[in-house]
Design a protein around this ligand. Structure first.
Ligand code: GUN
Length: 290
């Protein structure tokens, strides 16, 4: 069997287009554009690339992008003062503080300072709590994007066996909650899981979010499983390459022969994250304006 390639890039492009249309309607209705503020502290190269992509996508969707770039030695007091100012700014519907923050800043304290109603990342404990108890709030962008791809591919997930590999607050835990809400039977596996291959073998749905290149092997997968690869890992450069290739947490070449469907890296889950961020910002705009 050759697995169907789940084209996250095309799905994300369609979602961004729909959000763009709705952003136009929001502007007509409210007399202003929906606005996303992105805060970047320091010069981490990967974060700079992400922040630039978010800015471009926000503007392309017809929304206002407010970028705040602060030096790496910014004090927590100054960062919290900026967050407070953005919380009170009526032109700002969504606030995203790019992670990771420099070591001297307390990420949890900064996230806690963001108004839960503008927390389009869904990282605030209030939104994590809402997700846990089934209330509506903001859901982290990457797992919500994964759910959209799964729903598109599989429809009803009721009763399916889902294994989430990884237990981060940003992906693993919210992913498990969303799968549970969709009535899947959910296992969260992690670095201390005994016999991970056997756990993965029973899964109709595998979500890999560990950050280890090609860790999930073809032999672990059940025939026809749907595989969502959240990992983005750069391999060391091969001969003649300037930069190493990007690969996921799943051994794609092998898994393709066993899985029913699989997301590629790049072009799978990655593009969904920004598209969902725009979607969450538009939802925030309607909620905050209404
Ligand atoms: N760093 C890597 N991914 C993310 C994300 O989704 N949100 C934020 N705020 N920082 C990130």
């Amino acid at each position: 069997m050759t697995a169907e390639r789940i084209d996250g890039k095309a799905f994300a492009a369609r979602l961004r287009e729909r959000v763009g249309e709705m952003a136009g309607q929001f502007e007509q209705w409210s007399g202003r554009k929906a606005g996303l503020a992105v805060v970047l502290v320091g010069e981490d190269p990967a974060s700079q690339v992400y922040v630039r992509s978010k800015h471009k996508a926000t503007v392309a969707a017809g929304m206002e992008s407010f970028e705040h770039r602060l030096p790496a030695d910014t004090s927590e007091e100054d960062l919290l003062a900026l967050v407070d100012q953005l919380n009170r700014d009526e032109a700002v519907d969504g606030i995203l503080v790019q992670l990771p923050l420099p070591d001297h800043l307390d990420e949890q304290a900064v996230i806690a300072a963001i108004s839960p109603n503008k927390d389009v990342d869904g990282f605030h404990v209030t939104n994590a709590g809402r997700l846990a108890v089934g209330q509506s709030g903001f859901v982290p962008c990457t797992p919500l994007g994964c759910m959209m791809l799964l729903a598109d591919r599989l429809g009803d997930l009721s009763g399916l066996e889902a294994v989430v590999i990884g237990r981060s607050n940003i992906v693993g835990k919210p992913m498990a909650q969303l799968l549970l809400d969709a009535n899947a039977t959910v296992t969260i596996a992690h670095s201390r899981t005994k016999d991970l291959p056997a756990v993965v073998k029973r899964a109709d749905i595998v979500v890999a979010a560990v950050g280890r290149a090609k860790m999930v092997k073809a032999e672990w997968l059940k025939d026809g499983a749907t595989v969502i690869d959240v990992g983005i890992n750069r391999l060391p450069p091969a001969d003649g390459e300037e930069k190493g290739r990007l690969v996921g947490d799943v051994d794609y070449a092998g898994a393709e022969g066993v899985a029913g469907a699989i997301t590629p890296v790049p072009g799978g889950v990655g593009p969904m994250t920004i598209a969902v961020l725009l979607r969450n910002t538009l939802v925030a705009a309607y909620r905050n304006a209404g």
